[in-house]
Design a protein around this ligand. Structure first.
Ligand SMILES: Nc1ncnc2c1ncn2[C@@H]1O[C@H](COP(=O)(O)OP(=O)(O)O)[C@@H](O)[C@H]1O
Ligand SMILES: [Mg+2]
Length: 275
């Protein structure tokens, strides 16, 4: 089919600095793309622009045929909620809501709250037993997985993950990669920023940014089935033992651009009232 995403000559300028410089890129529907490059090369800037969180200084981005530059900020937000799932480290959980309520808060923004669906989403990331825990009662790896459940609640066709495994131990990294493989098999288009070659190796295509420029673009073999990857079946089980998950908990509730972060003051009752 057509390209889910077209990036045409996109630049992003901060004063004298070109964070992105004339990037052109087409991403077909269903592709799994890894974005690599040294720190400061523009990877997050690119992801923010693709994810409708930021706009380019020049150039055009088309998502599913829609020219983003023609949209109002409200329309951009709507597209982001509708079509894009963001797995970004800075999108922290709301500290006074349980894991389940954090997922329900995402439903709240998207459409209707559905507690059963939210429970299933947590189950899908192996957190059924942690649904009633507050973020402070979860390990860093568990928090990251709540974020993933939250990002996927609207079944986005485009999944953007910026260093999704950066703070995770091996077990949680494997689990996150298995989730991405499952989504990919179900037809999602995936863009993953990573420093780790073993994470990039899951992708069917790898691009490299340097100083805001696209300097390499290589298409490899299509991503394999994922779960196995020569490591046996054990970690495929979402109920595997996560007690070793890393303790490097994310900083909670740093203000961000996401609606969820702007509205962290609502109560569990308010969320449930939307069901
Ligand atoms: N809001 C901003 N204001 C000024 N400079 C920025 C801003 N965001 C990013 N930059 C700069 O743009 C460059 C690319 O940043 P970024 O996209 O975050 O890189 P990466 O994710 O590859 O580490 C860096 O030099 C960074 O300091
Ligand atoms: Mg970055």
């Amino acid at each position: 089919m057509s390209n889910l995403m077209e990036i045409e000559n996109v630049s992003k300028i901060y004063g004298p600095l070109k964070a992105l410089s004339g990037v052109t890129l087409s991403v077909p529907q269903g592709q799994w793309l890894a974005v690599m490059g040294p720190s400061g090369s523009g990877k997050s800037t690119l992801m923010n622009i693709i994810g409708c969180l930021d706009t380019p200084s020049s150039g055009e981005v088309f998502l599913d045929g829609v020219r983003l530059s023609e949209l109002s900020p409200g329309e951009l937000t709507a597209i982001r909620r509708e079509a894009v799932g963001l797995i970004f480290q800075q999108f922290h959980l709301i500290s006074h809501l349980t894991a389940l309520e954090n997922v329900m808060a995402a439903q709240f923004y998207h459409s209707m709250v559905d507690e059963r669906e939210a429970s299933e989403a947590l189950e899908g990331v192996g957190l059924a037993e942690r649904a009633g825990h507050l973020p402070s009662q979860l390990s860093g790896g568990e928090q990251q997985r709540v974020c993933i459940a939250r990002a996927l609640i609207n079944h986005p066709k485009l999944i953007l993950a910026d260093e999704p495994t950066g703070n995770l131990d091996e077990l949680n990294e494997k689990l996150v990669m298995d989730i991405l493989h499952k989504l990919h098999r179900e037809g999602a288009t995936i863009v993953v920023v990573t420093h780790a070659p073993e994470v990039a190796a899951h992708a069917g295509r790898v691009i490299v940014l340097e100083h805001g420029r696209l300097v390499s673009d290589s298409v490899g073999e299509a991503p394999s089935g994922g779960a196995g990857e020569g490591e046996g079946e054990g970690a495929d089980d979402p109920k595997a033992d996560f007690s070793e998950a890393d303790g490097e908990a994310a900083v909670l509730n740093r203000p961000g651009e996401e609606g969820l972060e702007k509205n962290t003051d609502f109560s569990p009752e308010e969320i449930r009232a939307r069901s």
